[in-house]
Design a protein around this ligand. Structure first.
Ligand SMILES: CCCCCCCC/C=C\C=C\CC(=O)SCCNC(=O)CCNC(=O)[C@H](O)C(C)(C)COP(=O)(O)OP(=O)(O)OC[C@H]1O[C@@H](n2cnc3c(N)ncnc32)[C@H](O)[C@@H]1OP(=O)(O)O
Length: 721
């Protein structure tokens, strides 16, 4: 009890005071006790350990005990209280946590607090009357933005919006108790949000129409944003009580939609991959990261520029190195442009000044400048000889403890490390383009990579606000290795009768932001061409007499090579799988030239054209990708299916509401995936990617266990079947 009879209710459920069954019960009991106690004149609700609450316990949504538990009635109880209730918001007030605060009569936030209704990001909507109270408090446009995006609002913005009454820099709990004392006896009617009307807009209908178009466009097939919209719309049309009923109805649709389950799986998967382990026993528990006071990036091509930008944004001093002054100046200009754009996006535009500080961002052609850096990221071309030459050089120049990272998408980390005197310091850091935007960082350990190097790379990912996923060393690592059979099938489907636009459409309808052919045009077809030439699959090193559509006894499609030979590299040349308005254009249009070319190609190779339906397109592209995933798990390249899913969601545009490829396989059911792979493999026996993985077969034979149990079916000693 605080001074002058203010009852204090403290939400306590470490680490984030999630509203579990017990926490909800304690909240309800506390409210009832305060209400019944005549010596209590006001109530203050706060959270333990400087955090108000992260909302409902997400694990509870899939718990059988969930039924019959509701937060809404408890919030109504708060609002109806005849004693003023003040929320003291420190740290975070998210989801159900913010809904509790909205039920309070007053809200005070610490200046560093963040608030939000992120339910949409886990496939739900604010189901404890939040969709009805928030528009009444801050108006429909702001409420719609917060509810449909799930973004976190800093306290200062919350104050401007009217979401909180006061922001303090001092002790929030004490300030809230003072406020509670001050408002004792004042009328509570005007403070009860459920009684307020939703502020009118002169053009509400038109506003809502446009907002719906925007919400749908950004949803890519995810249901939650649209249902969030419907709930807020209900607030504009119905009474509070009817709006709450509508909210509940929509909440239940989402809760049972399957998408919520996938998104909640993705939430925990992202946290699970932070707890990395390797087959040799190294793990996050025992390894300590080293501080990175200064980093260097070698190579200022597209990837290097993005990596430098990322490091500067994370406030890590960087040396940016190029091989000659011409490339250095080009790189410098490009980096400065990226930094300017990033600074404009940031809250304080003045951050630009920091970017230009030469003590924090140094451009050089002199390798000797690398002597005092703690970590180097090499980001030159995918060329083994060049990379080895650079690693040999930097292992001589850099101080002994420096970490030597290679940004490669497929090359052998051990071979690169073999060029150094310190293979334990060498690690793969596979960034995704654009490197300052994409969240994924694939972290690849080699045979000799130390646990400290892995921990440091993971720490770096966190500092760069990326999600690091630790994987083993194999060609293409996890992401690209799974991507090869996907892209391969897409091209085979073209040979058999489909078109790029049909295949892209099916995969975009599935939820990918961009289909495989549009993606290939964006990335540049020459990238893969160079790699295939390097592997001897095409070009001058191809032995004479090699059949056009076969390599090493397996089916091969020369279509991408032929396009490159015709100068069609994708967007950069204005032509690829599609045509563009100009070189560098972005609007893909189906290209009659390509359709003719495909027809001639099929004639030349006597391929009978057939109609390929959507189901086959989807299965032929996705199932081999998942199949490769099962092989990767069996080989111990990744320590769990969550790793593969986090990689696909954050690096390859896999729709998050489908949980990732391995989660998707589990929802389809492994027996069905296996049966389809068997069917396609029989039809195309010369395609190894369609042959079902032994691990997949084993899991089916073991009765299709849930995803969380898959790894227990691998032999512990060798991680081999
Ligand atoms: C038995 C049934 C109870 C069900 C009650 C039904 C009531 C229904 C009515 C209302 C419905 C309301 C809807 C909601 O409130 S949904 C939840 C909305 N909240 C969120 O989405 C917040 C999610 N969390 C985060 O964004 C972050 O975790 C954050 C809170 C910002 C903290 O970030 P950070 O400091 O980076 O720390 P971590 O993310 O690593 O989290 C630390 C550990 O806490 C676990 N965690 C976080 N939030 C929750 C949560 N809401 N529920 C359960 N667990 C949570 C997280 O997994 C970490 O755990 P671990 O260390 O084991 O990995």
């Amino acid at each position: 009890m605080g001074a002058a009879a203010v009852a204090v209710i403290r939400l306590r459920n470490p680490p984030v005071n999630a509203l579990s069954l017990t926490a909800l019960q304690a909240l309800e009991d506390g409210l009832k006790r305060a209400d019944a106690d005549p010596s209590v004149k006001a109530v203050m609700i706060c959270g333990e350990n400087g955090k108000f609450s992260a909302g409902a316990d997400i694990r509870g949504f899939s718990s059988p005990k969930r039924h019959g538990i509701a937060l809404g009635p408890i919030i109504s109880l708060i609002e109806k209280s005849e004693k003023p209730v003040v929320a003291a918001i420190e740290g975070i007030a998210l989801g159900g946590g913010l809904e509790v605060a909205l039920g309070c009569h007053y809200r005070i936030a610490h200046v560093k607090a963040r608030m939000g209704l992120p339910e949409v990001t886990i496939g739900l909507l604010p189901g404890a009357q939040g969709t009805q109270r928030l528009p009444r408090l801050i108006g429909v446009p702001a409420a719609l933005d917060i509810i449909t995006t799930g973004r976190h609002i800093p306290a200062t913005e919350a104050l401007k919006l009217g979401l909180v009454d006061e922001v303090v820099e001092e002790n929030t709990v004490e300030a809230a108790i003072r406020l509670a004392n001050k408002v004792i006896g004042q009328p509570l009617g005007p403070r009860r949000l459920s009684l307020k009307p939703v502020p009118k807009l002169p053009n509400m209908e038109a506003f809502l129409r446009e907002a719906l178009v925007k919400v749908k466009k950004q949803a890519h097939g995810c249901l939650a944003p649209e249902l969030c919209f419907q709930a807020v719309k209900a607030a504009t049309e119905q009474t509070f009580a009817d709006g709450v009923r509508k909210e509940q109805e929509l909440f239940n649709i989402l809760l049972t939609s399957g998408q919520a389950q996938a998104l909640q799986y993705a939430f925990f998967a992202e946290r699970a991959v932070q707890k990395w382990t390797t087959p040799s026993g190294a793990s996050w528990k025992s390894a300590s990261p080293q501080p990175i006071h200064k980093a260097a990036v070698i190579g200022l091509g597209t990837m290097g520029r993005g990596i430098v930008t990322s490091l500067v944004k994370a406030n890590i001093p960087v040396v940016a190195l190029e091989q000659n002054l011409e490339y250095l100046n080009m790189g410098r200009k490009a980096v400065m442009l990226l930094l300017e754009r990033e600074a404009m996006k940031m809250e304080q535009g003045a951050q630009t000044l920091r970017f230009h500080n030469p003590a924090r961002l140094q451009f050089t052609v002199d390798f000797d400048v690398l002597q005092d850096v703690d970590l180097v990221i090499e980001a030159v071309f995918e060329n083994m000889a060049l990379k080895k030459e650079i690693f040999q050089k930097i292992s001589r120049i850099c101080k002994p403890g420096a970490f030597l990272c290679t940004n490669t998408s497929a090359l052998n980390i051990d071979e690169i490390a073999s060029a150094t005197r310190c293979p334990q310091q060498v690690i793969g850091t596979h960034f995704f383009s654009p490197a300052h935007v994409m969240r994924l960082l694939e972290i690849i350990y080699g045979l000799h990579t130390s646990a400290t190097a892995i921990a440091t790379a993971m720490q770096l990912a966190k500092a760069l606000k990326k999600v690091g996923v630790v994987v083993g060393n194999c060609f293409g690592f996890v992401g690209n290795r799974m991507m090869f059979p996907y892209v391969q099938q897409a091209v085979f489907l073209l040979e058999e009768g489909s078109r790029p636009e049909a295949i892209d459409q099916v995969l975009e309808d599935f939820g990918f932001k961009i289909g495989p052919f549009r993606m290939s045009d964006l990335a540049g077809l020459d990238v893969g061409w160079r790699s295939r030439k390097g592997q001897g699959l095409t070009g001058a090193s191809l032995p004479p007499g090699t059949p056009a559509r076969q390599r090493h006894g397996h089916r091969y499609s020369p279509l991408p090579d032929l396009l490159c030979e015709n100068g069609r590299f994708g967007q950069k040349t204005g032509k690829g799988w599609y045509q563009y308005e100009k070189a560098g254009g972005r609007t893909a249009k189906p290209d009659p030239w390509l359709h003719n070319f495909l027809a001639q190609y099929r004639d030349t190779h006597h391929i009978k054209t057939r109609f390929i339906d959507q189901e086959e397109i989807l299965e032929r592209c996705l199932f081999p990708l998942m199949n490769e995933g099962f092989d990767i798990l069996a080989e111990g390249i990744a320590s769990g299916p969550e790793h593969l899913d986090v990689i696909y969601i954050n690096g390859y545009g896999w729709p998050k509401h489908r949980g990732g490829p391995m989660f998707h396989a589990s929802t389809i059911g492994l027996p069905r995936v296996l049966a389809k792979l068997q069917k396609y493999s029989e039809a195309h026996p010369d395609v190894p990617g369609l042959r079902p993985s032994a691990f997949l077969k084993k899991l089916v034979a073991m009765g299709n266990p849930p995803l969380k149990d898959w790894m227990s079916y691998l032999s512990r000693q060798s991680n081999k079947l």
